[in-house]
Design a binder for this molecule. Structure first.
Ligand SMILES: NC(=O)c1ccc[n+]([C@@H]2O[C@H](COP(=O)([O-])OP(=O)(O)OC[C@H]3O[C@@H](n4cnc5c(N)ncnc54)[C@H](O)[C@@H]3O)[C@@H](O)[C@H]2O)c1
Length: 349
């Protein structure tokens, strides 16, 4: 029998089943609130982090991306894809997994599924940003695009911003019906709409969360009245946007990391020097969020590595003392660190 791996060989792994169990155990709205707080706290220490636009590998049908960052103590990265055509083939548009490692030794500390965690962290980030940008007392949100991310977005805005009504629209009515059914009994007034215009009626917050690999026009300029907050999620790749350019020109635009958003976000439609505000500065109080009732605020979200880092660290803490992880024999750990070959040989005896 080959020798058993040592303690150091093992890395906690959170499978999809365990992530679902963990989130049910804590409660999804609590997790969304906790993630919003964790991400906000990390955005407050923004300057400490290594930052780089994500590394994207594009094809005609989608993109595969790596999203790394470090705060000097921990290093993290996420693998994520975006393939809008996938749902027609019975596959998801977005899947992901990620890893946290100790900067001091380079040893991994956590490997986790991140498809669910991405939906949770994206929704938590959106609602956290809206806490700073949306009109005070907003109660109604239009939710355009009712796919995989949509219920998470609706629940985050309920739990974090106090939204009580969501007005749903999708070009696929079956998606709207599914989203409405999933949200039933969760304390939200859910209205299914036939057009994007009707979804917008009375909405103080507009979330666009569609998937299409083109410069789409989900919102035209005439659809957006003064004073609203737009949470634009689905424009997150070169050549993949959701809003008409004229809306951008009327909005105060807040972004995660300009160097990445200028490549991937709605603002790829604007000049490179068009003024934008960074979300971390609004959170830190060094830049203005919403300053008047008539202003249109736009969170041009593309998703940034620090949000995934915060989410992974939250999961690493949350699994301590629970059974929501398994141990993966992932790191080769020879007794003599330089005798990797000897360990390999003994496995054959
Ligand atoms: N910003 C971020 O951090 C972040 C994170 C995750 C996903 N995303 C993006 O969010 C988008 C949604 O992701 P998902 O996983 O929910 O995708 P999905 O494929 O599950 O759902 C997208 C929905 O959009 C609908 N749709 C497409 N065109 C539309 C239109 N013109 N009007 C109304 N509805 C339309 C589709 O019918 C579908 O139901 C994707 O573009 C994805 O890349 C962004």
């Amino acid at each position: 029998m080959p020798p058993l791996p040592s303690e150091l060989a093992y890395v906690p792994f959170v499978s999809v089943a365990n992530m679902m169990g963990l989130v049910h155990h804590i409660g999804i709205e609590q997790v969304l609130c906790d993630l919003a707080d964790a991400i906000e706290a990390d955005f407050k220490r923004w300057e400490l982090f290594d930052k780089t636009p994500r590394v994207a590998s594009h094809s005609d049908v989608g993109v595969i991306e790596l999203m790394p960052t470090s705060d000097g103590e921990m290093y993290g990265f996420k693998y994520v894809n975006g393939h809008p055509k996938n749902t027609k083939e019975g596959l998801q548009t977005v899947t992901a997994f990620g890893l946290l490692a100790d900067v001091d030794t380079g040893y991994p500390k956590l490997l986790s599924e991140m498809t669910l965690l991405t939906a949770l962290r994206t929704a938590a980030t959106s609602a956290m940003a809206a806490r700073h940008l949306a009109p005070k007392g907003a109660r109604t949100m239009a939710m355009i695009g009712n796919g995989a991310q949509s219920e998470f977005q609706c629940l985050a805005f309920k739990a974090i911003c106090g939204i009580d009504t969501v007005r749903l629209f999708d070009i696929d009515q079956a998606a709207t019906a599914r989203c409405a059914a999933n949200l039933a009994g969760r304390g939200l007034n859910v209205v299914q709409c036939q057009t994007s215009q009707s979804a917008m009626e009375g909405a103080e917050i507009i979330t666009t969360c569609t998937a299409d690999k083109q410069n789409a026009t989900i919102l035209t300029d005439n659809m957006v009245g003064s004073g609203v907050h737009i949470n634009a999620i689905g424009g997150d790749c070169p050549g993949k946007t959701e809003l008409h350019r004229d809306i951008l020109l009327r909005s105060d635009i807040v972004v995660e990391y300009p160097a990445q958003t200028r490549i991937e976000g709605e603002i790829q439609q604007l000049d490179d020097d068009h003024p934008v505000t960074q979300l971390w500065q609004v959170i830190a109080g060094s830049a203005k969020g919403r300053s008047d009732e008539k202003q249109i605020t736009l969170f041009d979200s593309v998703g940034f590595a620090i949000e995934d880092f915060s989410a992974l660290r939250y999961v690493l803490n949350a699994i301590q003392g629970t059974s929501y992880s398994t141990q993966l024999d992932m790191i080769a750990d020879p007794d003599d660190p330089r005798d990797l070959f000897g360990m390999f040989e003994r496995a054959n005896s």
